[in-house]
Write a protein that binds this ligand. Structure first.
Ligand code: ADP
Ligand code: ZN
Length: 732
């Protein structure tokens, strides 16, 4: 990308894009001193002053007398051409208004504030006239850190003193105050430090990726390898090549809980920690990250999907780890898939995109098959570690009461591991105690008052909770419907109930439950994970959270309590997701020292997906899955868009859907079909009735344009909402 930008002299018309929900670029006059394309500016809007970005020349279709002047140009590096293009292209792809796209790219506080200072405290040259315990502690703390200093609060907290002690020491010159820039560059990472010695396969994959980075050209590569095969080691070499070339790198992870382990690996590899960008980062650090990324003071960012919208100065590499993970699809607001957007952004930067996974999304697999993406395989686990042995437990042959879920076979196997001092993981992908709370007198099931969903019992929190809207209520003693007392019963298993059963069955076992709702913070979750990894539990009971990349070296058995769970339902990706999840969870068993085994409890061991999971014949599974999708014209061999219309009452939503179905001319012109309207599988969420439509188009069709034409005449009556989800992942 060139650095060329248009300049506009004072008084010229410029078009300014703001993150305010106005669906057009607004005309203003350039301020005194002029401004240029990409400049961050403050503009008057009605009675307010709002942030904006100069997007280009003004349109000149506004009454000249009403056009106001840009208030000021902010002290921030202008938005680069590349990022403006990325927002435009991503907006066009997802049919998102540009104002909403700009919001994604300006998610840091105080963007236009002048560089601010903060006061730090460090050791002064003088000695205090009189030494007290408190004073000695302060000086000890300052002597124990490097010269950069601490804030007054940090120092007071560390030393366990009040601020008056610090002030006293300042007055005597024993402590000195220094004012430093708040948004300091991140510590330098050193790409020349040696990495691990790579195996042959790892080394050649790393060399290929590094070569791509050095070539400064765009390419997307699927890096496929089982858990533990060294994908992370390999892509860290690509990061090293990128940093050595003086360009920036971005690594996306699907789960904040994973960042801690990853940060430690980066520090071990490059001698310092990278910048972080995710919901757990403080506002001050967010601002620092945003600014430093733009100024080149951050070489590597580790983050969640929204890090894709940071104003990188020179991005050379984007890694999407666990690229198949469904959390990369943002499901509210702007509906984008971070994996696809990473590839788009890389292409606009002459950068490399690396998509790493043990079980890639079918889309990615197919792109590699078609030669659109390169593919690198790491065929073996690192070191002596072997893949776990996969076995089915046929639940039809197990003698198990209806209110228990751990089969006798699984019990025996777990008991053996306990006797050996090894860990077992029991996996069930359901949070809470039980999915259904039912009255045994009248059959009533407790539902959410706002949603068409059952309330899920969370016994640890002693509440019923709606997993759609978060509504909670006490667990009722009497039936809310027939008022009978003492007849409410929990039906079905959740992770908490499984823990209860395990405690009963495995006497004396130390049991740890890992479920995202049981931890207040990423920090407490991380602490728990570390404790488990070091042997602090015999049995880990977990939801999907445990499937993602935590390394438990003592874990040798995985038991999937309900391997069939994901196969129910008509979701397009049910087979693919079950395959991914079961392979991924099984991969937790056995690392370097001991071979693992994974048991799948199933009522249909002959099901093709279960058989594929057991046999591990991945390529055959993907090929069969691909053939089936192709035959149906489904993604990635056809295109889909999901439409959700919602309203406080069902009728208007349905009526709009009917009207749209009748006016499907623009869709038919590209050979697309529209299905629906039909009530959504969860027909009411947060008090809104939801109607779904599905648009299905041939692969090469210009879907977005047709949908835009189709929806152009729609004027949403008040209370109605319509959202378009291109390439939908969820169909609820
Ligand atoms: P993946 O990302 O594919 O799950 P990792 O890169 O995390 O695999 O590797 C799994 C484990 O094996 C890690 O602890 C890693 O440090 C170690 N490992 C992988 N390759 C090597 C190597 N060549 N030398 C030393 N340790 C390695
Ligand atoms: Zn609800």
């Amino acid at each position: 990308m060139t650095g060329y930008r248009d300049r506009f002299a004072e008084g010229t018309l410029v078009g300014v894009l703001t993150p305010e929900p106005i669906d057009r670029v607004l005309d203003y006059r350039a301020p005194e001193g002029g401004c240029g394309t990409g400049d961050f500016v403050e503009v008057p809007l009605g009675p307010r002053r709002v942030l904006g970005v100069v997007w280009g020349p003004g349109r000149g279709d506004w009454d000249p007398a009403k056009i106001r002047s840009v208030f000021r140009v902010l002290d921030a590096p202008p938005m680069r051409e590349e990022l403006r293009q990325f927002l435009t292209r991503a907006g066009a792809y997802t049919l998102t208004p540009m104002s909403a796209m700009l919001r994604l790219a300006t998610r840091a506080p105080g963007l236009g504030d002048p560089p601010s200072m903060r006061r730090l405290y460090r050791r002064g040259h003088a000695e205090p006239d009189r030494m007290t315990d408190a004073r000695a502690r302060v000086l000890d703390v300052l002597d124990s850190i490097d010269g950069s200093g601490l804030t007054q609060k940090e120092l007071a907290d560390h030393a366990g003193v009040s601020s008056s002690v610090i002030k006293g020491l300042v007055a005597q010159g024993a402590v000195e105050e220094v004012d430093t820039l708040r948004d300091a560059p991140f510590p330098q990472l050193d790409p020349t430090l040696p990495g691990k010695e790579l195996t042959g396969d790892q080394a050649s994959a790393a060399a290929t990726l590094a070569e791509g980075v050095r070539a400064r050209t765009f390419a997307a590569t699927l890096l496929k390898g089982v858990t533990g095969s060294g994908k992370t080691e390999v892509y860290l070499e690509a990061v090293a090549a990128c940093l050595a070339a003086g360009r920036q790198a971005l690594v996306l992870l699907p789960e904040i809980a994973l960042t801690a382990e990853f940060l430690a690996r980066v520090e071990a590899r490059f001698g310092a920690r990278p910048a972080e960008w995710h919901s757990g980062v403080t506002m001050t650090e967010r601002r620092r990250c945003w600014r430093m990324v733009g100024q080149g003071g951050a070489q590597l960012v580790v983050g969640a999907r929204s890090a894709l919208f940071l104003p990188f100065r020179d991005l050379g590499l984007i890694v999407v780890d666990e690229e198949h993970d469904s959390s990369y699809k943002q499901e509210d607001g702007v509906l984008y898939n971070a994996r696809d957007m990473a590839v788009l952004r890389a292409s606009l930067n002459d950068a490399q995109a690396v998509l790493a996974s043990a079980t890639p999304a079918l889309e990615t697999w197919a792109n590699a098959e078609a030669g659109k993406y390169a593919r690198l395989d790491l065929p073996a686990r690192y070191g002596a570690a072997e893949l776990p042995d996969m076995r089915a437990i046929d639940m039809r042959a197990e003698d198990l009461p209806g209110s228990e879920w751990i089969s006798p076979t699984l019990r025996r196997e777990v008991a053996k591991r306990m006797a050996e001092g090894e860990q077992s993981l029991l996996f069930i992908n359901r949070r809470g105690y039980a999915p259904v709370t039912l009255c045994r007198a009248c059959g009533h099931q407790v539902g959410c008052p706002n949603c068409d969903a059952r309330m899920v019992e969370h016994r640890f929190q002693k509440r019923l909770m709606c997993h759609q809207c978060g509504e909670t209520q006490p667990i009722p003693a009497a039936c809310p419907d027939c008022k009978t007392e003492g007849k409410m019963a929990a039906v079905g298993p959740g992770v908490e109930r499984l823990a209860e059963e395990a405690a009963r069955v495995f006497e004396g076992a130390r049991i740890a439950v890992l479920s995202s709702d049981l931890f207040g913070s990423a920090r407490s979750l991380k602490a728990r994970i570390e404790e488990i990894a070091s042997g602090g539990a015999d049995i880990v009971i977990g939801t999907q959270l445990v499937a993602k990349g935590h390394n438990f070296p003592k874990l040798t058995l995985v038991g999937a309590i309900d391997a069939d769970l994901g196969l129910q339902g008509s979701d397009l990706r049910a087979a693919e997701r079950t395959f991914q999840l079961m392979r991924q969870v099984s991969g937790r068993a056995g690392r370097a020292e001991a071979r693992g085994v994974a048991f799948l409890q199933t009522f249909q061991p002959e099901h093709r997906v279960i058989r594929a999971i057991l046999s591990g014949e991945e390529e055959a599974f993907w090929a069969a899955e691909a053939a089936e999708r192709e035959a149906m014209g489904m993604p990635p061999y056809g295109r889909l868009a999901g439409i959700v219309i919602s309203a406080p009452d069902p009728a208007p939503a349905f009526d709009l859907g009917m009207a749209l179905a009748r006016g499907d001319g623009p869709l038919r012109r590209i050979g697309a079909q529209v299905f629906g309207p039909a009530p959504a599988p969860i027909a009411r969420v947060r008090g809104r009735h939801r109607v779904r439509m599905l648009v299905k188009a041939p692969k090469g069709a210009a879907l977005q344009g047709a949908i835009a034409d189709w929806l152009a005449p729609v004027k949403l009556a008040s209370g109605l909402r319509l959202s378009v989800d291109i390439d939908p992942q969820s169909f609820y």
